[in-house]
Design a protein around this ligand. Structure first.
Ligand code: PLP
Length: 410
């Protein structure tokens, strides 16, 4: 990682752990998978990993201290996302928040569920589970509003539409979709997965229009394993987890106080510098895009374009004649941390449902490369990527050219 970014409170880029196998230079270009912990988040958490502790549900001074920390964090998160503090339900992350939205609404009010065809698996799999239907996106990766109009019937109970996609970074027309839903299915709830968007976009207007929003701490420089579902009061919702009923009876389990405090600090820091960071990182991303497309002229930039906004940190390319897995291996050897699509637990690179929904064929999709920048990215990361990536693509293509023709071909 390069120099600390400007405009960040308490600017200190975390030290890289020395794993012994570290290349001379490391460019972390996988912020869409997770971000380094912001110093402000770490500083806020440290007391809760040391002398401070307590179960916020208890009745004594230690417990009250923990409860106050959670309440203050709730106020901060509510202020940043633009909802009432009482709407914030802390969860173990974006996945739980998405599951709670889809399965919780369905349990409270069974009926047809719709989602876009490019949702993260945290929405896609629960939508599958409840027999939901997907709505198409166009070649740019934008929800097809006409297709949504066709799919909406008065008995629809939920539409799940992400605020921005995690693979190609395309920002979705949530406000337009909400308008359609209110007209065609007035009883339906609208959920937006804002896990990727929250660090980049001012979501207040979006959040004002929807009923449910999922956010996650570790995509904005907070700790992993904590997030929230913003659930407006009056939204039909059943809990996933039954127990002590800690979060408005909607989410049981002892609070992760350190995580919640760290999440609030990260959200606060991200919001305070949002415009400056978006402009700075957007500039870095554009330089990276221009450089790579000049050096690899047949690479295809996937998603967005023609008036369709992308998140400032995301660059998605499909590189013909290259296998993502082999490319990522070479990049990792040279200190570039990138990915093909979303991070998945098995580590297996499966064909991307997002690219398939956008009409990208399997051959081109096999060369997918997602480079995602974030708050800690610097010029030096882009310089390193521009040195390494074209050379790695050249090596792979040269190896491909040297491969013997398959038997039987003329
Ligand atoms: N939704 C989107 C769009 C994501 O990108 C992710 C993580 O990659 C998730 C949900 C899951 O969030 P978490 O990792 O906090 O469970």
């Amino acid at each position: 990682m390069g120099a600390p970014p400007a405009g960040c409170e308490n600017d200190r880029v975390p030290e890289q752990p020395d794993r012994g196998d570290r290349p001379a230079r490391l460019a972390y270009l996988d912020h869409a998978a997770t971000t380094p912990l912001r110093p402000a988040a770490r500083d806020a958490m440290l007391p809760w990993l040391g002398e401070r502790f307590g179960n916020p549900s208890g009745d004594h001074r230690v417990a009250r201290g923990a409860r106050q920390a959670v309440d203050e964090a709730r106020d901060v998160v509510a202020d940043v996302v633009g909802c009432r503090p009482g709407d914030v339900v802390f969860t173990s992350g974006g996945t739980e928040a998405d599951n709670m939205a889809v399965r919780g609404v369905y349990a409270a009010r069974p009926g047809p569920v719709l989602s876009s065809a490019i949702e993260h698996d945290a929405v896609r799999n629960p939508v599958d589970l409840v027999g939901g239907t997907t709505v198409a996106v166009d070649i740019r990766g934008v929800l097809d509003l006409e297709a949504l109009d066709d799919a909406l019937t008065p008995d629809v109970t939920l539409l799940a539409l992400m605020s921005a996609n995690n693979e190609v970074g395309v920002v979705q027309p949530v406000a337009d979709a909400v308008e359609l839903v209110r007209r065609r299915a007035p009883g339906a709830a609208v959920h937006t997965d804002a896990v990727q968007a929250a660090g980049w976009l001012d979501l207040r207007a979006t959040i004002a229009g929807v009923d449910l929003v999922a956010v996650s701490s570790h995509k904005v420089g907070g700790p992993q394993g904590v997030g929230a579902l913003i659930a407006k009061s009056g939204t039909p919702l059943r809990p996933l987890l039954l127990g002590g009923g800690q979060e408005r009876e909607l989410r049981s389990g002892t609070h992760n106080v350190a995580g919640i405090v760290g999440m609030a600090a990260a959200f606060h820091a991200a919001a305070a510098e949002r415009d400056a960071t978006a402009a700075r990182v957007g500039g870095l991303r554009d330089r990276l895009a221009d450089g790579l497309l000049a050096a690899i002229p047949d690479a295809v930039r996937t998603g967005g374009g023609a008036g369709v906004p992308r998140l400032p940190g995301t660059l998605h390319l499909c590189i013909p004649g290259v296998e993502s897995e082999a490319l990522l291996f070479l990049l990792d050897e040279s200190g570039i941390c990138a990915s093909a699509a979303s991070a998945c637990a098995s580590g297996a690179h499966q064909a991307s449902h997002v690219l398939a929904a956008m009409g990208v064929g399997p051959e081109l999709g096999a060369g997918a490369l997602r480079l995602s920048l974030g708050w800690s990215s610097a010029d030096a990361d882009v310089d390193h990527a521009l040195r390494v990536i074209p050379a790695a693509v050249g090596r792979l293509r040269a190896a491909q050219d040297r491969r013997p023709e398959p038997a039987g071909r003329p």
